[in-house]
Design a binder for this molecule. Structure first.
Ligand SMILES: [Zn+2]
Length: 323
């Protein structure tokens, strides 16, 4: 159906025949195949993303737009748009942004991202290919109390309940976006353990490290990475004293191993607000903060989204993780 237009001018009979064919195809929704493809919305996203990272996709419209819908990994995500003026006096544009995950386990070499204008639209009006690549994720060997490698059978029910509580917290919806990038650093300490490390506890492989460990002295303050609503405060078997914050539009942060949480579920918190104190509760080798970032249900690396460390002197290697 890719008949060039100039073919129509030269051959009136052919043009008639084509018009007839088009008229027959129109009800089938195939007529657009003959026209040059023009995307109705302006969609931007990075060309490549590391597996384990999150990225921000954006739809911009010069026309008023209540929101946008994004299509990623078989799911539909509708978000509200904001009216913004980049320069004082300039005409406004409507911008809808969504944070999306490129999960560690994603096998595809590239994925298609789609978007359409509006919160109810059902089909992408623009698509982009996002290439995926791997970062090096070394193995980390740690020694912890053996109850965290082979939990006693009587703890099985508690561990299961913990998982259910976290899943329920991460299922909470907050339609208004509260996050801004970069995320605030929750503690000034440097990184002691990267996201995505393959971990071996007491000689036994135990999956991936699904967060970022930051050095912090026992009892030092932990600050919220962004505005949000506290989704969970609990003492969990592996995570110890944990606080989960919902930042809206499917973005959550978690702060584990606290000595003391200082917020309650349902509480609204502001970026930079102290939400707890650094500790060594749960499966740890010493006091530190484990910072988690969950985007649309997938754990991703918080580090690329954190504000750069300022005037932070690297702490001695002893902080947090015994190796
Ligand atoms: Zn950790």
């Amino acid at each position: 159906m890719n008949m060039p237009k100039n073919g129509l001018k030269r051959e009136p009979r052919l043009a008639c025949a084509l018009t007839l064919v088009l008229a027959l195809l129109l009800p089938l929704g195939l007529a657009h195949a003959a026209a040059p493809v023009q995307e109705k919305v302006q969609l931007t996203a990075p060309e490549t993303v590391a597996r384990g990272d999150a990225f921000v996709a954006e739809v911009v419209s010069a026309e008023p737009m209540e929101g946008a819908t994004f299509f990623w990994r078989g799911k539909r995500h509708a978000v509200a748009a904001r009216e913004v003026r980049d320069v004082a006096g300039a005409a406004p544009v409507w911008r809808a942004e969504l944070m999306l995950p490129a999960p560690l386990g994603e096998k595809a070499q590239s994925l298609s991202l789609g978007a359409c204008a509006g919160k109810e639209c059902k089909q992408p009006e623009a698509t982009r290919k996002v290439g995926l690549y791997d970062r090096k994720r070394p193995v980390q060997r740690l020694t912890v109390d053996k109850k965290y490698v082979a939990p006693p059978p009587e703890e099985a029910a508690r561990i299961r309940r913990d998982r259910e509580k976290v899943a329920a917290a991460l299922a909470q919806r907050l339609p208004e976006r509260q996050w801004e990038l970069p995320l605030d650093r929750p503690v000034p300490g440097t990184v002691s353990s990267l996201f995505g490390l393959k971990r071996v506890f007491n000689g036994e492989p135990r999956g991936m490290h699904r967060g970022l460990d930051l050095r912090g002295a026992q009892g030092s303050p932990i600050r919220a990475c962004a505005d949000g609503v506290v989704a969970l405060v609990d003492d969990l078997y592996f995570s110890g004293n944990a606080v989960y914050i919902n930042h809206g539009d499917g973005v959550f942060t978690s702060y584990l191993h606290m000595s003391k949480p200082l917020v309650k579920p349902g509480e609204h918190v502001k970026r930079g607000q102290v939400i707890g104190l650094v500790g060594a509760t749960g499966r740890v080798t010493g006091p530190h903060l484990h910072l988690g970032l969950v985007v649309q249900g997938e754990s991703v690396d918080p580090q690329p989204l954190l504000a750069p460390a300022e005037q932070v002197k690297p702490a001695p290697a002893a902080g947090g993780e015994k190796k």
